[in-house]
Design a protein around this ligand. Structure first.
Ligand code: ADP
Length: 153
C-alpha cells in the first residue's frame, strides 16, 4: 500500500519551517500532500492561488510532493485521497498541547489515520506565518524566513 501523508495548514505564506518539515518527511512516505485548508471564516493575507503556487514552486523538483486544497475535516480529506497519515510540525510545548487535542480527536474520528509529528530544528522553531505577515504589514523584510525564490508579492 502506498504511504501517503497529508500536511495540512494555511501556509499563509509557506515558511522555511514548513519547507523543512516536508523535506524531512519525504524519506518516511511515498507521497506527501501539502493540503491548504480553505476556511471561509478565516481571513487570509495571501490569496489561495498565490499560496498554492508558492508551495508548488518550492517543491517543483520533488515528484513525491503534491499540493491540494480542501474544505472540511482533515480526516475526510485524507479518506478521499486514501491517505493514512497526517503530518504536523512541533515547535514548542504550546504547539504540542494544541496538536495533541487535534490528533486525539482525529484519531477518535478515524483510527485508520495516524498523526505523525516532526520536531522542528532549533533554528527554525521561531518562524511562523503570523510573524511573517506582521513583518510584511509593517514594511519589514520577511525574505529570510520563507523558502529561497519566494518573492512574497
Ligand atoms: P495552521 O493554519 O494549522 O496553524 P500552519 O500553516 O501555520 O497551520 O502550519 C502547518 C503546520 O506546519 C503545523 O503543523 C505547524 O506546527 C507546522 N509549522 C509551522 N511553522 C513551523 C516551523 N517553523 N517549524 C516546524 N513546523 C512548523
Amino acid at each position: 500500500m502506498i504511504k501517503t501523508a497529508v500536511f495540512p495548514g494555511s501556509f499563509d505564506p509557506i515558511t522555511k519551517g514548513h519547507e523543512s518539515i516536508v523535506k524531512r518527511a519525504l524519506p518516511l512516505f511515498d507521497e506527501v500532500v501539502v493540503a491548504i485548508g480553505m476556511n471561509a471564516s478565516k481571513n487570509h493575507f495571501f490569496s489561495l492561488e498565490k499560496r498554492k503556487a508558492w508551495i508548488e514552486q518550492v517543491f517543483a523538483s520533488e515528484p513525491k510532493v503534491k499540493v491540494e486544497t480542501y474544505e472540511g475535516l482533515t480526516v475526510d480529506f485524507c479518506k478521499t485521497i486514501n491517505a493514512n497519515y497526517i503530518l504536523r510540525g512541533l515547535r514548542t510545548s504550546a504547539d504540542f498541547e494544541f496538536e495533541r487535542t487535534i490528533a486525539q480527536m482525529n484519531y477518535a474520528m478515524d483510527n485508520g489515520i495516524e498523526t505523525v509529528f516532526i520536531v522542528s530544528t532549533p533554528e527554525l522553531s521561531a518562524i511562523n506565518s503570523t510573524i511573517v505577515r506582521d513583518i510584511l504589514r509593517h514594511g519589514g523584510d520577511a525574505i529570510p524566513f520563507v523558502p529561497d525564490g519566494i518573492e512574497l508579492t
